[in-house]
Design a protein around this ligand. Structure first.
Ligand SMILES: [Zn+2]
Length: 641
C-alpha cells in the first residue's frame, strides 16, 4: 500500500508537459503545447497540453485530465502503478508498505499481471546468472553474440530452464495465482512452464513495464519454432507494441528518426554500439498502431533489411500504410550475407552510420530499384513496373511528396511524365470510387432536422449556406487566406460568425463550426479534411467524404482536371471570394432572424418587471439593426422593415 502522503507528493511534483513529452513530441502554440494525440488517430494535432493548468486535453477524441490520468490511460496502468511510475520519474521515494501474500491476491487485476511478469523476469534473470544450465547455455549464448553484461542487465535478459515447471512451482509457492500465470502464457494448460530451454527477451511497454516475453530456442530442434511469444493479454497487444521502444524513445526524439530492424538481437547490438534510436517490428509489416506510436515521436523512419533480400517484396507492399500516414520512410539493404547484428560488429558504429546515410533510399527509389533489378531485361515485367509503382505513389497524401516521387519515377523509368500521372490517377479514381461506394453502404447522413420555428422558410434558405460554411471549414479551414500567411480561413470564418453561432439551425453544420471555434479559442491548429474523414462520428465522416468527393465526381470534365491531385492548388481557387460572399449572405439572413426573435421576446416582456433585462434586449435590437444595415450596404440588399 502506498501512503497517501506519498501519493500527494507525487501528484504535486508532476509537470504535465514533462510527463507527456516522454511519449509525445510537443510544440509550443501560444501558452499551450500541442502534439499528435496518442489516444486517437490523427494527422494534424488536436492534442493540447496546458502547463499552467497542469492538464492535457484532446479536442479530437475528448480525452483529458492530469498527469496521473495520462499515464494510466496511455499505458494501461493501475492507479498504484501509475503513481510508482511517476515517483520513479521524479525520483521520489515512496512510503509503501510491503503487501502480504493474501493482499497480492486481492490486488487489482492489471496490477497482478504486471506483478507476475516482474516476478518472472527476475526468475529468468536469476536462472541466467546463477544456475549452471543458465550460465552454460544461456549466458554463453549471449556472450557468444558479444553482448556485454550491462546490456544483458539493461534489457533484463534471462533464461528459462528446460525442466517442467520450475517457474510455475515457485510462483505458486510465492502466492501468485495459477489462473493469472496461465492467462499471461507463462504456464500452459497442464500447469507446466510454457517457456522451456530458451533465452528470454522481456517485452516492455513505453513506460518500461514488462508486458510479455519472447523466448529463443538454443538447441537445434527442427520441430520447435525459433521464437515463441507470450499470448496477447489486456496488457500486451502485439500490433501496438514495438520491441525496444522504451529504451529508444528519448533518442528517437533527439535524432528525429526511428530505425526499424527485424530482430530483438539487432536492437540489442545497435544499442550496445551506441545507436539507440532503434526498435524491432517483430513482424513482416508495420501496423497502423505501430506507425502511430512512432509518429508521436518522429516522422522519419529508416528500415533496415538483411542482406539476403528475402521478404523485401512483402515488406514493401506492407509499407503503403506509412505513406498514407505521411511518414518519411527510407530503406536500406545491408551488404550480402549480413544482418544489422553481424554488420555492426564487423564495421563498428561509425562506418555503420555512414553506410546507412549513403545507401538509404526513399520508398519509391527503393521499390523501383528492386523491381528493375528483378525484372532484368524481360520487357513484359518492365512494363508492369509502372503500374506497381503507381499504386505506391497513389497512396502518398502529400502533394509535394507525390510530385517528387513522380520525378524519381520518370528519371528511373525514362518515360513520359503524363503516362505516370495517368496511371496514378487511374488508381486514385479507383480508390475514390471505392470510398464512395463504401459511403453509400454506411449509414445515410441524417435527415435534416429543423428546429420548431416560426421562420421555416428562413431555415430552409439557410441550410444551403450553413452547408457551404461547413464545407469551406472542412476543406480549407486550416489553410491561409492570404499570401503573407497571416490569417487562416478557419479564423476568418470563425471571427465572422462566432457572435451568431446560435443562429445555426442544422446541428451537424453547427457542430463543425463549434469544433473550429473550440480550436480557435484554445489556440491549437485547425483540423484538416483527413481529421473529419477519419472521425469516429459517422455523420461527420460522411459529410467530409461527400465534400471531398463531390468536386471530382460531379465534374463532367473530371479527366481533364486530374492534375489537381498533383499540385497544391486548392480545388476552388476562388474560395476566398466564395467564403466571404457566403458569409455575408449567411450573416444577413441570420441577423434578420435574430432581430425577429429578439423582437418577439421584447414584445412579451414587461419593462417594469425587469428593466435591466429589457434594456439589454433593446440594446441587442439596436446593435443587430446596425449590423444588418451595414451588411445590406456591402451586399447591395435593401432591408425592408
Ligand atoms: Zn485524441
Amino acid at each position: 500500500m502506498i501512503h497517501p502522503a506519498s501519493i500527494q507528493e507525487v501528484l504535486e511534483k508532476c509537470q504535465i508537459d514533462d510527463v507527456v513529452r516522454d511519449f509525445v513530441t510537443l510544440q509550443r502554440r501560444g501558452s499551450n503545447l500541442i502534439g499528435l494525440c496518442p489516444f486517437h488517430n490523427e494527422k494534424s494535432p488536436s492534442f493540447s497540453v496546458s502547463p499552467s493548468k497542469n492538464i492535457f486535453k484532446c479536442f479530437g477524441c475528448g480525452k483529458g485530465g492530469d498527469s496521473l490520468h495520462f499515464v494510466m490511460e496511455l499505458e494501461n496502468l493501475s492507479f498504484p502503478d501509475a503513481i510508482r511510475y511517476l515517483a520513479q520519474k521524479y525520483k521520489i521515494e515512496l512510503d509503501e508498505t510491503v503487501t502480504s501474500e493474501v493482499q497480492k491476491d486481492e490486488q487489482k487485476h492489471l496490477e497482478s499481471l504486471y506483478l507476475i511478469n516482474d516476478f518472472a523476469v527476475k526468475f529468468y534473470a536469476k536462472q541466467l546468472w546463477e544456475s549452471e544450465r543458465g550460465r552454460n547455455i544461456g549466458l554463453s549464448y549471449f556472450k557468444h553474440r558479444e553482448f556485454r553484461e550491462e546490456i544483458i542487465n539493461e534489457f533484463k535478459l534471462g533464461f528459462a530452464p528446460e525442466s517442467g515447471n520450475a517457474l510455475t512451482a515457485e510462483a505458486v509457492k510465492m502466492g501468485y495465482s495459477l489462473e493469472y500465470l496461465q492467462k499471461l502464457g507463462l504456464t500452459n494448460s497442464q500447469g507446466n512452464d510454457f517457456f522451456r530451454g530458451r533465452v528470454m527477451f522481456p517485452i516492455f511497454n513505453m513506460s518500461g513495464k514488462i508486458i510479455a516475453f519472447a523466448g529463443r530456442i538454443l538447441i537445434k530442434d527442427t520441430k520447435a519454432p525459433k521464437y515463441i511469444n507470450s499470448p496477447e493479454t489486456e496488457i500486451y497487444v502485439k500490433s501496438k507494441t514495438l520491441f525496444g521502444m522504451n529504451f529508444a524513445r528519448k533518442m528517437i526524439q533527439k535524432e528525429d528518426e526511428c530505425i526499424i530492424t527485424e530482430g530483438y538481437t539487432d536492437v540489442l547490438s545497435l544499442h550496445q554500439a551506441g545507436i539507440s534510436n532503434v526498435v524491432a517490428s517483430s513482424g513482416t509489416s508495420l501496423t497502423r498502431d505501430q506507425i502511430r506510436l512512432i509518429k508521436r515521436l518522429t516522422e522519419n523512419v529508416l528500415i533496415l533489411f538483411d542482406g539476403d533480400n528475402a521478404g523485401v517484396n512483402a515488406a514493401i507492399r506492407g509499407l503503403g500504410l506509412t505513406l498514407e500516414e505521411d511518414l518519411n520512410v527510407r530503406l536500406v539493404t545491408l551488404p550480402e550475407g549480413d544482418d544489422p547484428d553481424s554488420f555492426i560488429q564487423k564495421v563498428g558504429s561509425q562506418q555503420f552510420k555512414e553506410y546507412l546515410d549513403k545507401n538509404a533510399k526513399n520508398l519509391v527509389q527503393f521499390e523501383m530499384t528492386h523491381l528493375l533489378k528483378s525484372a532484368g531485361d524481360n520487357p513484359q515485367q518492365r512494363a508492369s513496373i509502372l503500374s506497381q509503382i503507381a499504386v505506391t505513389i497513389s497512396k502518398v497524401r502529400n502533394p509535394l511528396k507525390r510530385e517528387s516521387f513522380v520525378k524519381i519515377c520518370k528519371d528511373l523509368l525514362q518515360i513520359d511524365e503524363n503516362a505516370i500521372l495517368f496511371e496514378i490517377n487511374r488508381h486514385l479514381k479507383k480508390d475514390l470510387e471505392k470510398a464512395s461506394s463504401e459511403r453509400d453502404t454506411n449509414e445515410p447522413t441524417p435527415i435534416l432536422e429543423f428546429k420548431d420555428s416560426d421562420y421555416d422558410n428562413l431555415s430552409l434558405g439557410d441550410e444551403h449556406q450553413e452547408r457551404d460554411i461547413a464545407r469551406i471549414l472542412i476543406l480549407s479551414g486550416n489553410q491561409y487566406i492570404d499570401e503573407n500567411k497571416e490569417v487562416m480561413v478557419g479564423h476568418f470564418i470563425i471571427q465572422n460568425i462566432k457572435d451568431i453561432i446560435n443562429g445555426f439551425d442544422h446541428p451537424l453544420y453547427k457542430r463543425v463550426v463549434e469544433l473550429f471555434l473550440q480550436h480557435s479559442m484554445d489556440g491549437i491548429a485547425f483540423p484538416d479534411a483527413a481529421f473529419f474523414i477519419n472521425h469516429e462520428a459517422s455523420e461527420l465522416k460522411n459529410l467530409a467524404v461527400s465534400f471531398t468527393i463531390s468536386p471530382y465526381t460531379l465534374s463532367e470534365n473530371w479527366e481533364k482536371k486530374w492534375d489537381i491531385f498533383l499540385s497544391q492548388k486548392i480545388p476552388e481557387e476562388n474560395f476566398i471570394k466564395d467564403a466571404s460572399d457566403s458569409l455575408k449572405r449567411f450573416r444577413f439572413r441570420k441577423i434578420g432572424k435574430l432581430i425577429r426573435e429578439n423582437l418577439m421576446v421584447l414584445k412579451k416582456m414587461d419593462v417594469l418587471q425587469n428593466e435591466a433585462l429589457y434594456m439589454n434586449h433593446l440594446k441587442l435590437h439596436l446593435r443587430l439593426k446596425e449590423a444588418q444595415a451595414s451588411l445590406a450596404k456591402e451586399t447591395g440588399t435593401v432591408v425592408v422593415g
